[in-house]
Design a protein around this ligand. Structure first.
Ligand SMILES: Cc1ncc(C[n+]2csc(CCOP(=O)(O)OP(=O)(O)O)c2C)c(N)n1
Ligand code: SF4
Length: 558
């Protein structure tokens, strides 16, 4: 059947994804993140606020291409008074973001406030911990706000370690939002900045490949959300925003005594956590968040359980948007009347441990059992390693459900899944395909080592050398290149090693590693692999002027 001509918007252009202020648009998660500050500006202008925006951070999967998309949207950002200044590395990017919140402490500020966005891969979150702690303790400005985007790689698809950043944010006492898809990125992003202004805190914002690399048709009206300020929470005198002077113990008091509670009040007032499936006689509850929420829906579908079936059987599903601090009233209402709660989340027991802590003092006669990573028998039912699959989740739901509900459909579905798994487990021909450099890549020749010598790997495309027969083994985190040798050299008969160091990494932090090697007086030869790009993340230019003569001069000065 042909589509009625009237439903085709013939005036639509690709630019509209950043300019339209109503209707639905098909956006990728990364495009939604670019659109987000533009929408914040639309809201601010409608509220007659004269604000500006600022974006900084450092690339890394799954936000490897975020900066490329921001550069493409340059003219839209400029028209909305939004500056994009890439960081040399993540923590310096975060420090610039901290600075944006200080702008209005001094005379001369051109805007009412600067709303800021930081982005970085999980290891970038790790290395920015000091800035996060200081910036978050100091606070955000009243009409500014900070969203900190963590790019997490749960399954280690493009990283040296799998990672989830929740606990790092909590360590800095930053509230954490976990969007489940493209619409959530827009909605929770706007809520995040509003929360940041209200609580005076930096707000952590989780992104993973499944959410930022997916696409969806989403409502792009910046005013569709009616964001409310809590009426049941009293801010301390002077509020929670940044100020100067501000002694450290005063900052700590504001953070511990008020800010976390303010975030809870804000989340409650704006229904950031919500019951999505309910039943008048609910017995089994499922708590979940982010990508796991989508997996739970898929798992229920595998079991043939739609909304109506959940209602009839007695299943209630709770989708948590703010994973820390867990809003207590919502979880209490959700758990009311339940016999059993399953917490479905990837990586460590983050929500689960908060629920258990909150429930500890509830009336034990009505308190439901709670399982997540482990069940009561200590069986590892929803592992914290790698990622969870809808099939694994479906098995756990079916098993817990079987305690009060048996159904032929579920039995058949499980039998079908079991047969599939057996089929997949059958021995099959295995032809591992080890990635290699592109033909013509300079790393092809530059990572060869002279006979009898050995080299250490580093972060970047050239890391692939560790899979080749080139006597190159072990690596460090980005920017530690060669420094591990400083710890080995005094204790081995090996007299010398080569160290590979990409030019992007040299600029990010690696030049300091070279200084460390010189200071430690070790015998090492650095190969600075100049390919004029931060190749592994999309071929971005290094974030400054870097030429071979400039590197040579810098090295000579060392
Ligand atoms: C702290 C940190 N930030 C970001 C990344 C993501 N990352 C992995 S490789 C890479 C690029 C390295 O570029 P370069 O050193 O020029 O090596 P090339 O890929 O060009 O060989 C980046 C940014 C990371 N691993 N760690
Ligand atoms: S550095 Fe560039 S050419 Fe070399 S392997 Fe990476 S993407 Fe390919």
């Amino acid at each position: 059947m042909s589509t009625p001509a009237a439903s085709i918007d013939t005036r639509y252009t690709l630019e509209d994804k950043y300019t339209r202020s109503e209707g639905r648009i098909y956006l990728s998660g990364v495009q939604a993140l670019v659109r987000l500050p533009l929408m914040q500006q639309m809201r601010d202008r409608a509220a007659e606020l004269n604000t500006a925006g600022f974006i900084s951070g450092y690339r890394g999967s799954p936000l490897g291409g975020f900066d490329l998309e921001l550069w493409r949207a340059k003219k839209h950002l400029a028209a909305s008074s939004i500056e994009f200044v890439p960081g040399l590395n993540e923590d310096l990017g975060a420090t610039m973001v901290w600075g944006t919140q200080q702008t209005n402490l001094f005379p001369g500020a051109k805007y009412d406030g600067v709303f800021a966005m930081w982005y970085g891969k999980g290891p970038g979150v790790d290395r920015s911990g000091d800035v996060f702690k200081h910036g978050n303790a100091a606070g955000t400005s009243k009409f500014g706000g900070v969203l900190a985007l963590a790019a997490d790689d749960h399954a280690c698809r493009s990283s040296t370690l799998p990672h989830g950043s929740e606990l790092e944010f909590v360590s800095a006492m930053m509230p954490v939002l976990n969007p489940a898809g493209v619409q959530d990125i827009l909605d929770m992003g706007l809520l995040g900045w509003a929360m940041s202004r209200y609580t005076g805190r930096w707000v952590g914002f989780k992104t993973i490949a499944e959410t930022v690399e997916s696409s969806a048709s989403v409502n792009v009206n910046p005013h569709q959300l009616d964001i409310v300020i809590p009426s049941d929470f009293a801010l301390p005198a002077g509020g929670l925003n940044i100020r100067w002077p501000d002694p450290p113990l005063d900052q700590e008091m504001r953070l511990h005594q008020y800010a976390v509670k303010a975030a809870i009040a804000f989340a409650r007032a704006n229904h950031i956590d919500k019951v999505v499936f309910d039943s008048p006689n609910a017995r089994l509850g499922i708590v979940t968040s982010g990508k796991s929420y989508l997996d739970v829906l898929q798992a229920l579908e595998y079991l043939g359980l739609d909304r109506k079936a959940c209602e009839d059987i007695g299943i209630r599903v709770y989708k948590i948007g703010m994973t820390w601090p867990l809003e207590p009233e919502g979880i209490r209402e959700f758990a009311h009347g339940l016999e059993d709660v399953i917490v479905v989340e990837e990586k460590r027991a983050f929500i689960e441990s908060q629920i258990k802590e909150q429930m500890y003092n509830w009336d034990s006669a009505t308190r439901p059992s709670v399982v997540g990573k482990y069940d009561e028998a200590g069986e590892w039912i929803l592992p914290s390693t790698n990622e969870l699959t809808p099939a694994t989740i479906a098995w756990v739901i079916a098993k817990r459900l079987a305690r009060f509900h048996q159904s032929e459909t579920i039995r058949q579905q499980l039998a079908f899944m079991e047969a599939k798994e057996k089929e997949l487990a059958l021995p099959r021909a295995n032809f591992p395909r080890v990635p290699h450099y592109c033909s013509g890549c300079p790393h092809n020749s530059s990572t060869k080592v002279p006979e009898g010598s050995r080299a250490l790997g580093g972060i970047g495309c050239h890391y692939m050398v560790t899979w080749m027969d080139r006597n190159t083994d072990t690596f460090t985190h980005m920017g530690g290149e060669g420094v591990s040798w400083c710890g080995q050299a005094p204790f081995t008969n090996t007299e010398h090693v080569f160290q590979n160091l990409g030019d992007g990494t040299y600029f990010h932090s690696g030049s300091l590693a070279i200084r460390q090697a010189i200071a430690a007086k070790v015998n090492i030869t650095y190969k600075i692999l100049y390919n004029d790009a931060v190749a592994m993340t999309g071929g971005q230019p290094v974030d400054g002027i870097l030429s071979v003569p400039a590197i040579a001069q810098q090295m000579r000065a060392e």
